[in-house]
Design a protein around this ligand. Structure first.
Ligand code: FEO
Length: 405
């Protein structure tokens, strides 16, 4: 059963999405994702966030809702913390089943209700800090938290239970199954969700890290005993753990991350790979941890996850038709869009009849504020001198990463 009790009158419903369809049309979710909604019952009933008509989410949601003995038509208020369609896509269908429900969001959120769903009645704008008294001691307070994840986003606070309904903030990829709370998952499951929360953050939230820090600071005065996001587990045992994790993730956006190196490589006929192996040997001699990702074989979602958290990058690519190897150009474009800044970077690669990747690369990384080691290129197969130089460059990069404060 995907309905759980957070506190008396505060219920948690999650539906698991398992699909080959990409999240936001771009990010793979092979282990699924959960869409979480919440019910707060006083004299009036509020539903916080909704689901999208995606996979069998509406069916799961309807079954879960029926199990708590409340009809959709009994819901007085639908609180929309964030208008991205993963939380609102089923809004018109819900409204058809409950024409009298009042839809509550920020001013920007209500504008999106109108533009996305062409719903123009029964709407209420709430301001930052405004409250909604449901009766029986249940009072909801709304705090604007713009750009976590879209400009209209807010969070909802229920003081009696100390629950923060944080929407995308503190969320994660990964389906939950029959469990929902942090104290229900095993250590191995937590390790899985930690990785998936980093991937979710790097893919979805990283561009807005300054807003994450601002939002957490703004909410610091609340006595939070439960963090209830719209994706992933609910944190009732150790809510500070996910808050601290998000602060750590946000800090990666400013520059140095973990003392690790993410190696991203593509090779047409193995010549660039030979050079990369020499760099790896150099890194290993210095004992610095690294991850390795081949393009185009590996999805950029996973590359972003490791590149975002790592202080060092190695980008290995051949020249392809006078420019960067195209799958690497796509990765670097994503790095640019996701503001993967402040890294220490080594670029290497082989060329055939003529170079060109260097010039293309240097144009592409303008504005990323990377500390670039001198790049190494070679014609065709790397010579013994090339390999020695590549190994030395790998050592140099690893030493810089190790010695950074
Ligand atoms: Fe889960 Fe930004 O939507």
């Amino acid at each position: 059963m995907n309905v759980q009790v957070i506190a008396d009158g505060v219920l948690y419903i999650h539906v698991d999405i398992k699909t080959t369809e990409l999240f936001e049309g771009i990010w793979p979710i092979p282990q699924g994702v959960s869409l979480n909604t919440y019910v707060v019952k006083g004299d009036k009933i509020a539903l916080i966030d909704l689901v999208r008509d995606w996979s069998d989410a509406p069916k799961q949601f309807e079954q879960a809702f029926a199990s708590i003995g409340i009809g959709f038509d009994a819901v007085d208020y639908l609180i929309l913390n964030h208008l991205e369609p993963d939380h609102t896509g089923w809004l018109r269908e819900f409204r058809e089943q409950n024409p009298y429900v009042e839809i509550i969001s920020t001013a920007k959120g209500i504008n999106l209700v109108k533009s996305f769903f062409k719903i123009n009645t029964g709407l209420r704008v709430v301001k930052d800090g405004e409250t909604l008294d449901l009766g029986k001691g249940k009072v909801l307070t709304f705090f604007e938290t713009p750009n976590i994840h879209w400009p209209e986003t807010m969070v909802t606070w229920e003081a009696a239970s100390g629950t923060l309904f944080s929407c995308d903030a503190f969320g994660s990829f990964g389906a939950l199954g029959t469990k929902g709370f942090d104290d229900e998952f095993t250590e191995a499951e937590h390790a899985f969700f930690e990785k998936e929360s980093l991937r979710y953050y790097a893919n979805i939230v990283s561009s807005f890290s300054a807003f994450v820090e601002r939002g957490i600071k703004k909410l610091a005065g609340l006595a939070i005993t439960c963090v209830a996001p719209s994706h992933g587990m609910v944190w009732r045992k150790d809510p500070q753990k996910i808050i601290d994790r998000y602060l750590r993730y946000a800090s990666y956006a400013k520059g140095p991350g973990e003392k690790e190196i993410a190696l991203v490589w593509g090779s047409m006929y193995g010549n660039t790979k030979q050079g990369l192996d020499a760099v790896i040997y150099g890194i290993e001699q210095e004992g610095v941890a690294y991850s390795i990702h081949r393009v185009p074989d590996e999805d950029v979602s996973y590359i972003l996850q490791d590149a975002y958290k790592s202080r060092g990058l190695v980008l290995a690519m051949p020249t392809y038709e006078y420019a960067m190897f195209p799958p690497m150009a796509w990765v670097i474009d994503i790095f640019r869009r996701k503001h993967i800044t402040g890294k220490t970077v080594l670029r290497i690669g082989s060329w055939g009849w003529v170079g060109g990747a260097k010039k293309d690369y240097e144009q592409a990384i303008t504005g990323l504020q990377w500390n670039n080691l001198e790049s190494l290129e070679w014609p065709g197969v790397p010579s013994q001198e090339d390999l020695a130089a590549l190994e030395a460059r790998g050592r140099e990069l690893a030493r810089i990463i190790k010695e950074q404060a």
